[in-house]
Design a binder for this molecule. Sequence first.
Ligand code: GDP
Ligand code: MN
Length: 395
Amino acid sequence: MKLLEHQAKEHLRRVGIECPTGRVARSPQEAEKAAQEMGPVVVKAQVPIGGRGKAGGVKLAQTPAQAHAAAAAILGIEIHGYSVPSVLCEEALEIAKEIYLGVTVDRDRRSMVVILSFAGGMEIEEVAEHSPEKIAKLWPDPFAGPQPFQIRELTLRALEAVGGDETLPKARYLAELVPVVQRLFQLSQELDASLCEINPLVVTKSGQVIAGDAKIEIDQNAEFRHHDLVRELGPDASAATSGEDSLEVEARRRGLTYVHLGGSVGIIGNGAGLVMNTLDLVKQHGGTAANFLDIGGGAKAEVVKQALEMLLLDPAVKGVFVNIFGGITRGDEVARGLISARDELGLHLPLVVRMTGTREEEGRQLLEEAGITPAVSAAEAARKIVELIGAGGGG
Ligand code: GDP
Ligand code: MN
């Protein structure tokens, strides 16, 4: 999952890395208004991919009229397959120097690596390819993280690699980079990021060190540890960011048979036919299904819990309808899974269960003891969940 620049910068700010003031605009008018309040701005396409500058997605605007024009020129264009839905208007920087700073995974060394280069900016790929000696690296201890002395040493190596840099005195570089590197590394650990990158880390003409760009990619295998982030992005944003529906990606990782449909009623059933039938029932009763999720035959409590947890990753889900036809799937297992999931996940959404078949009585009893009233029929359950979600969420 890739965060957009403005989202990534929120995280940088949170850990104390300086970023320019900015505002997201979805229309030329909004960009114009932002420029009226902020003065000269840089207008930047918000797409989850680099190389925006070269693709015409980054434009300087001295006046509100120019900001309007820049946003009009950028919004809706396509950059490497992503059409641009919004722009970030940021106070323009007077750039004296562009530094590359990144924290990523070095698979060969099986370690995180901090990468620093004083030949940063849009040409960093060319630098990496044709003059890799201009790039300095540090492989910090995974538990201790990069130590100040190591970062100073890295900085000296990076400076030496380009034959020195006069934009700031050496002592200032040493002092400025230590906290930035430490915070970026700490952030990458906290977010399970496969990449945290600032390119350019700008030195302004007045000597301020500030993040001109930010790129954060969360390791897909760790997304389950960052429910907040997934929710914050929403399914659309994360779909845009990963190029694939991130909920479906996550479901696949969990070994669940899941299709994201986009409505508000989360659905769990056993058997593809029953789930299809459940989708129809919800539709018939005026609801929209959030998903197709088949827990299959013989599902154990743990799978039921997994399934419920999966549905809760989708911020559009306003209620859950569980439809179980017991055969090899046992009602008491399903009930146990639901109850423990509800309690452990702190489920606060309406939950409606319809259960028939094997161990139906035991299952129903468990549910009732736990305060969940099973519906008598699937149709009744469908009516009930749509009603509970209400007009607001049913659409
Ligand atoms: P990317 O091309 O997707 O990596 O987008 P960046 O945010 O890195 O912007 C590309 C380039 O635009 C930077 O390397 C800078 O040279 C330039 N740029 C970005 N922001 C500013 C700014 O505020 N002022 C100036 N003068 N240039 C900027
Ligand atoms: Mn960049």
